[in-house]
Design a protein around this ligand. Structure first.
Ligand SMILES: NC(=O)c1ccc[n+]([C@@H]2O[C@H](COP(=O)([O-])OP(=O)(O)OC[C@H]3O[C@@H](n4cnc5c(N)ncnc54)[C@H](O)[C@@H]3O)[C@@H](O)[C@H]2O)c1
Length: 317
């Protein structure tokens, strides 16, 4: 908490509180989307570290099983709608006394490009972005009064780069990173820590259900949900904004910003390969109603700098 330098006695107490927020024996947390995958792994890790944890998911029955298995408290429900977030925060506060860290982890994809319907856009915006806004709205005022609080959002490498085959996912994950950046820039001097987890492929059901994109999505090493939980645990020991379980994402993000057209050409070459493989995205006709669409996942970048360099060579005489 290097940024919380203060001078008054009261403020010193606040700084102490902030500094111990994630190191005391009993820290409290809420993890959304925790009935499986990354959310479950983060929650299990926190419980093993002695934290008191409320887990949330729309899948109430699986959530109850997971909560019993890992030793967490289950609060089922929709972590995306304003009413759902408020109900979750109220129930979790009643059970935990206070919420030190909120993990806005629930996320969905569409496997859709420009054909995504307004309803699909609205739902993905709700779950992948507005859920974070609503959680901040419910939590930040209390955290500011207390002088401490931490919001950890599970964004994606797609939030720094893009996700071929899923426009709503790419846009909303960029939005999630942007909102987290805004929160951090606005409140970090007042004891609020914000962190954004931006993984590429993680071996969860989301990856399994990414259909024809799976081959592409697994070009870079796929990590386990436990690997992500370990990266998150390490990140909780400090305040660094970006949590990158795949270190190569940093290089991709630098390449995107430094050479945008070369990066876009590399991405487009990958899309062309997908087109040859008959993958759906971009403007393919819908093949299943929304509820049957597999949840997709987030990353798809030029595998190495070769793609970018190749295009650099093409574009730079
Ligand atoms: N798996 C990957 O490769 C990968 C990579 C980068 C980022 N992510 C992100 O990680 C997060 C977790 O993904 P995962 O791979 O564990 O996926 P997953 O599909 O295995 O688990 C997601 C969980 O969220 C729950 N959920 C969905 N909408 C919800 C809502 N409105 N309220 C409460 N719970 C809800 C689902 O029921 C499910 O249990 C997501 O935000 C995802 O976008 C995943």
């Amino acid at each position: 908490m290097a940024d919380t330098e203060v001078t008054t006695d009261v403020a010193t107490d606040v700084a102490t509180d902030v500094a111990t927020a994630v190191t005391t024996a009993v820290t409290t947390a809420v993890v959304t989307g925790a009935a499986r995958g990354i959310g479950r792994a983060i929650a299990a890790r926190l419980v093993r570290e002695g934290w008191r944890v409320v887990v949330n998911d729309v899948d109430a029955s699986e959530l109850a099983t997971v909560a019993a298995e890992i030793g967490a408290d289950a609060v089922p429900g929709d972590a995306a709608s304003d009413a759902g977030v408020r109900a979750l925060v109220d129930a979790a506060t009643a059970r935990l006394g206070r919420i030190d860290v909120f993990f806005a982890n629930a996320g969905i994809g569409t496997l859709s490009g420009i054909e995504a319907t307004d309803e699909e856009w609205a739902r993905v915006l709700d779950v992948n972005l507005l859920a974070h806004v609503r959680a901040a709205r419910a939590l930040v005022p209390g955290w500011l009064e207390r002088g401490s609080g931490r919001l950890v959002v599970t964004a994606s490498a797609a939030g720094l780069l893009t996700m071929l085959g899923d426009a709503p996912y790419s846009v909303t994950k960029h939005g999630a990173v942007a909102f987290a950046e805004w929160l951090s820039a606005t409140y970090r001097h007042r004891g609020i820590v914000v962190q954004a987890i931006c993984p590429q492929g993680v071996a969860t059901r989301m990856l399994e259900e990414s259909g024809p994109l799976k081959t592409l999505l697994t070009r870079d090493p796929v990590v386990s949900a436990d690997d992500v939980a370990e990266a998150v645990w390490q990140a909780l020991q400090g305040d660094d904004f970006l949590v990158l379980p795949h270190p190569e994402v940093r290089d991709y993000a630098i390449a995107r910003v430094t050479h945008p057209d070369a990066w876009l050409s590399g991405m487009n070459r990958m899309q062309q390969r997908l087109d040859l493989q008959g993958a759906p995205p971009a403007s393919a006709p819908r093949h299943a109603p929304h509820d049957e669409l597999p949840h997709t996942q987030p990353h798809t970048q030029p595998h190495t700098e070769d793609d970018i360099q190749h295009d650099d060579q093409q574009e730079t005489p």
